[in-house]
Design a protein around this ligand. Sequence first.
Ligand code: GLA
Length: 388
Amino acid sequence: MSSSGCVLVDARRVFAESFGGAEPQLGVFAPGRVNLIGEHTDYNGGFVLPMALPLVTVLVGTPTSDGKISIVTTAEGADAPHRVEFEAPQDGRPLTPGNPSWANYVKGVIQHYRAGPVPGFNAVIASDVPLGGGLSSSASLEVATYTFLQQLCPDDGDPVQKALSCQRAEHTFAGVPCGIMDQFISVLGREGHALLIDCRSLEVTPLPLTDPGLVVLITNSNVRHELTGSEYPARRRQCEEAAKALGKESLRDASLGDLEALKACLTEECYRRARHVITEIARTTSAARALKAGDYRAFGKLMVQSHNSLRDDYEVSCPELDELVSLALEVSGVYGSRMTGGGFGGCTVTLVEASAADRTKQQLQEKFSGSATFYITKPSEGAGVLLL
Ligand code: GLA
């Protein structure tokens, strides 16, 4: 756990600086994620195929007896102030979201924690998951917070309920009607495996991803377009509208045949949104089969189809992500490349032969019109406790 090691050192140092030289008693971590394929399918009851990253959010802290919660963040890019204090919720008095926005993820998880009451505590948050980079920095903060609370006042340990509580925190305290993918993989990630998650039944199929000849390269475009806030809920609404028009509970239940038959009942835009979701769900199960068979070429093709569908039908890509994908696909040894996460900026994920990884980075470094950051990653473990 080399990355969480560095983040942990940072968190411990800041804890001592912030809380009178004391050493924290407890430490936990929760990873960010990259989604290999299955984008904007989770809130449609579809399949996703993410893996947990070695990039993590760490939370260290100590319970106190004064009922006050005092938290400091060192996360780069977090809005000010970087220290907040509030009363632990008591006697049914709920916490409410406010400023700074980073604290809302923590407050939301405290509010939706499944055991309690939560005592006061002092804590420091540190993270190397890039904020707003599409690698689930928020889910990793939620899941780290929940994992910390489990050390203070244990719940029943049910991992699925844990992910669902963190998702609820994001809905109610961050105002993002997200699906379950990010919180789920941050809790249940498995070293050396991508997880095929059925977001309707929440059944998980771990798929080994340890071939030394293969690299998962993440490229952060370092752009974030401000559309995310309004566009994500809008997409979700359009999917619900489309499902209703097709007489289905969710788009998971619809086929392309259903969609074509009732095309006239939908706006052209809703039709395209639904077409993305229906084809993306099929691509994700095909990709899982290809990965199982070691057919990286087939997997890569599906990634490119996914990107094109997100760009043209779902309209959540942006010129910088399109550029990164096109440049990567010019390199021999690249199987496939696509935008990953919610979209409108953030990262691409590229599946590439290990021997071509440096070449790919070099091409992107030299030819991308913006300034990119790279991560060569391996599927990592979900959230856990750190020995201090
Ligand atoms: C964000 C959301 C996820 C998922 C993706 C798109 O990351 O948090 O639930 O919908 O976008 O696949």
